[in-house]
Ligand binder design. Structure first.
Ligand code: 8YV
Length: 330
């Protein structure tokens, strides 16, 4: 580091309490009006920062990193997913990368469960009736606004890491049967606790599920994991929920299938080209769309900030930060 206090550039507005603490500890440059940085602004930031604190909205690719000055030693990301950062290029340039795992697990699992309930039970449609009719609802009818029962259905979780398991725990309490596909089988105690069935073959699992939840990270191996071919394996009565990353699903194919009634519905918190959303999805009445809100709780965001601070402080003090991300982990 060139100064006693490292220059930390934060790309987006963070909770006040996090920013205040960062300013106490570091020479911190904040983004108080929260304007997202374009590639030029990011390039400028890496030319001067000792430490960069980006978020999911910043693309820290090889091109940006190639412009980094030798003083840039740490990218302490405010977020768990690191698919927006070229971790391999960072490693070759001697730049450490950290993230904020663990602290958004429960919030993201809650939001996943909310979508699992909202789509089959037509929550948003029902709420919209009262708004559209200005509160003048025509009254109850035995065959109106019928959705589908959750209890007893088969939930297929793709990615049984921290978030996948937290979803499974909730879903089990709602009476869903837990199935999962993962790179590896989870340990026996967890499988027993969740009464979960492991499917080595994603194709086979997809063909048998009533609800599918995407909870794996976006990596080169999971890009379009739900490809056009695999989406066709899903039963037409089934629902798809995604709170992980849009890139895991071929969004155009999903939108086409929803339009054609080949999939019953979808609950999506993430999209392939955020903030753009496929117009077919926006128009569809078979979907519930949320603007990437999975971890959007004030408690979660403060915890994420705390993790960022711990990672920076540990690094500056000459130790390996607790949440270091290595290419081999992806
Ligand atoms: C965060 C997320 O809000 O942490 C993640 O991977 O997807 C979000 O919940 C976002 O990444 C913050 O950068």
């Amino acid at each position: 580091m060139t100064t006693s206090k490292p220059l930390v550039i934060v790309t987006r507005k963070l909770p006040d309490i996090v920013e205040t603490r960062m300013r106490e500890l570091f020479d911190t440059r904040l983004n108080v009006d929260d304007t997202p940085m374009d590639q030029a602004a990011l390039t400028e930031a890496v030319r001067t920062a000792d430490i960069l604190v980006p978020t999911v909205t910043d693309r820290i690719n090889a091109r940006v990193m190639s412009q980094a000055g030798p003083q840039l030693k740490l990218i302490a990301s405010f977020g768990t997913g690191v698919d927006n950062i070229d971790v391999e290029t960072a490693r070759t340039r001697g730049i450490t990368v950290t993230n904020t795992p663990g602290v958004l697990t429960e919030d993201t699992a809650d939001m996943t469960m909310a979508l699992i309930l909202a789509v089959p039970r037509r929550l948003i449609e029902g709420a919209a009736v009262l708004r559209e009719q200005d509160g003048k609802w025509q009254g109850w009818s035995p065959t109106w606004m019928l959705g589908h029962r959750i209890s007893g259905k088969r939930l297929g979780i793709i990615g049984m890491g921290r978030i996948g398991q937290a979803v499974a725990r909730r879903a089990k309490a709602f009476g869903l049967q837990i199935h999962y596909h993962n790179r590896h089988k989870v340990n026996q105690a967890t499988e027993e606790e969740l009464e979960a069935t492991y499917w080595e073959s994603l194709d086979q699992m997809l063909a048998r599920m009533d609800i599918i939840s995407v909870n794996c990270p976006h990596t080169p191996a999971t890009y379009h994991l739900l490809s056009a071919r695999r989406l066709k394996l899903i039963r037409p009565e089934a629902y798809v929920v995604n709170t992980a990353r849009g890139e895991v699903i071929d969004e155009n194919s999903l939108a086409r299938m929803l339009e054609a009634g080949e999939i019953a519905g979808a609950g999506l918190d993430v999209f392939e080209n955020e903030p753009a959303v496929n117009p077919k999805l926006v128009k569809s009445d078979r979907v519930v769309l949320l603007p990437h809100m999975g971890s959007a709780t004030i408690e979660g965001r403060i915890d994420m900030g705390e993790k960022v601070i711990i990672n920076i402080k540990t690094f500056v003090d000459g130790h390996t930060p607790p949440d270091r991300v290595l290419p081999a982990m992806l």
